[in-house]
Design a protein around this ligand. Structure first.
Ligand code: G2I
Length: 455
């Protein structure tokens, strides 16, 4: 670290008060001494998370460890498709909401897992195909991301869509058979529904530079070049008895595409190497400035889906294992995320047509994400120079097109001329102020033009 950078780092640390007082004047050291995973990760600008089964929150050993050690949570199962939409169009958020409340009460952020996956689909979706499945899947993304809007740090928008083995290609699944663009359609719908969440692609067996991780790398590079909204890649890291020598290099090559990387489901087979591998994974993340957090897939060994692998950081009695100590030490020894973030171009090059200059009344513009048989429309409403106390946007849809659901507005009609009226929180706009609403439909909306009326 050169002197100016060291000085800047020390000043930042002093200002944020993140480092123990005794260390604040040490210009050349980044060492610190957090005593919990969450404190040590936070000192380095990162989170340390655990997968949670909400049924266990009432077990005191479990909850004590969770609240003391972790500042991020992810639902092990409760935000998956089968849990959140057990019947088509009937949504159930009990487990997910409970986890979000627990997180909010305990200063934790929430990873959302997972909007679309070929596993843990509800039975009704397993039996669907073609545009019916595509529409149902995009509706699922829209509804769930809208429900949790503003509460999710990062969403696993698509989970495990790449094949194992040497092909580097997509995995066959009912979702894949709806068309290769299903992943980008999901990311666009997620962005429209929750613009504040980071949107991740998540997968396993991506722990080094291999055919599968390279297939994903090529997809992310393509998405970035075409403005498909993707912000992060999750590396599950369900590990055995050794770690790929190029684990860190693999994280870094993704980071170099301008996305964050996260370790999302870490667990490691027990055995002589377990503690070393945990330490090495943590060091790799710390050494990649865009590696923003680590999540372990459970709290105690007996909470793990891996059963007798004893794959986690705490034993079944809640005692810290050697692996815990190695992780804590690696967090404490690692560098902080630089305070001057890399100056990458914004994730989404603006795709909306330029908004009209403010006029009396209001104006509206639409951006469409279309696929064969369906679309998501994101509509931007701009108040004119007098502001609005309410607004109404009309579209005349081509024949065959039909609105199936709407967010942040109320629709009247679903075919032909459809009018969208503000909801109670977004009708009142100051001069030039902008709000957004959206709708999803079947058929094609290509070429539609909005007309805006203010009241
Ligand atoms: O398989 C390990 C993980 C791989 N990556 C994606 C993760 O979402 C996945 O998590 C696991 C959960 O840890 C398990 O708890 O996903 C499994 C399902 O594929 C989860 O198992 C399921 C059981 O198969 C069901 O029988 C059970 O009803 O958990 C359900 C809820 O307890």
């Amino acid at each position: 670290m050169n002197h100016r950078r060291a000085l800047r780092a020390a000043v930042t640390v002093a200002v944020t008060g993140a480092l123990a007082a005794a260390m604040t004047m040490t210009l050349t050291s980044t060492a610190s001494a957090g005593t919990t995973l969450r404190a040590s990760a936070a000192e380095k600008g990162r989170y340390f998370g655990a997968a949670v089964a909400t049924g266990k929150l009432s077990t005191s050993v479990y909850a004590t460890i969770l609240n003391r050690e972790f500042n991020s949570v992810v639902a092990e199962n409760e935000m998956k498709w089968d849990a959140t939409e057990p019947q088509q169009g009937r949504f159930s958020y009990t487990g997910g909401d409970r986890l979000v409340s627990h997180a909010q009460a305990n200063g934790m952020s929430v990873r959302g897992h997972a909007l679309l996956w070929h596993q843990q689909q509800p039975g009704w979706a397993q039996g669907m195909s073609g545009s019916a499945l595509r529409n149902a899947a995009i509706n699922h993304v829209t509804q769930v991301a809208t429900h949790f809007r503003g509460k999710i740090h990062s969403w696993d928008v698509v989970n495990e869509a790449f094949a194992d083995g040497g092909s580097g290609g997509r995995r066959d699944s009912n979702l894949q058979r709806t068309g290769n663009d299903w992943i980008e359609a999901a990311f666009r719908a997620a962005r429209a529904a929750d613009p504040g969440a980071k949107l991740c692609y998540n997968d396993y067996n991506t722990d080094g530079i291999n055919a599968k991780s390279t297939g994903i790398y090529n997809m992310v590079r393509d998405f970035r070049s075409r403005g498909v909204p993707i912000d992060c890649v999750g590396f599950q890291s369900h590990l055995g008895t050794s770690l790929a020598g190029d684990y860190q290099a693999n994280l870094q090559r993704f980071a170099d595409l301008g996305v964050d990387v996260q370790i999302t489901e870490l667990d490691v087979m027990t055995g002589g190497n377990q503690a070393n591998i945990y330490g090495a994974v943590t060091r790799a993340c710390m050494n990649v400035s865009r590696c923003t957090g680590i999540t372990v897939w459970g709290v105690r060994d007996c909470d793990s889906w891996r059963g007798s692998d004893n794959a986690l950081l705490f034993d079944c009695n809640g005692n810290k294992k050697a692996a815990y100590t190695n992780v804590l030490n690696a967090l404490n020894a690692g560098p902080a995320i630089p305070t001057d973030p890399p100056t990458d171009p914004p994730t989404d090059p603006p795709t909306d047509p330029p908004t009209d200059p403010p006029t009396v009344g209001c104006s509206a513009s639409v951006s469409l994400n279309s696929w064969t048989g369906g679309f998501v429309a994101t509509v931007k409403v701009t108040a004119g120079s007098a502001g609005t106390s309410g607004w109404n946007v009309g579209f005349t849809l081509p024949s065959g097109a039909s609105v199936t659901n709407t967010w942040s507005a109320t629709a009247s009609g679903s075919t032909g001329t459809v009018r969208f009226t503000n909801v109670n929180y977004n009708g009142r706009l100051g001069a030039g102020q902008v709000t957004e609403f959206g709708f999803q439909g079947t058929g094609s909306a290509s070429g539609v033009m909005p007309t805006c009326t203010a009241s």
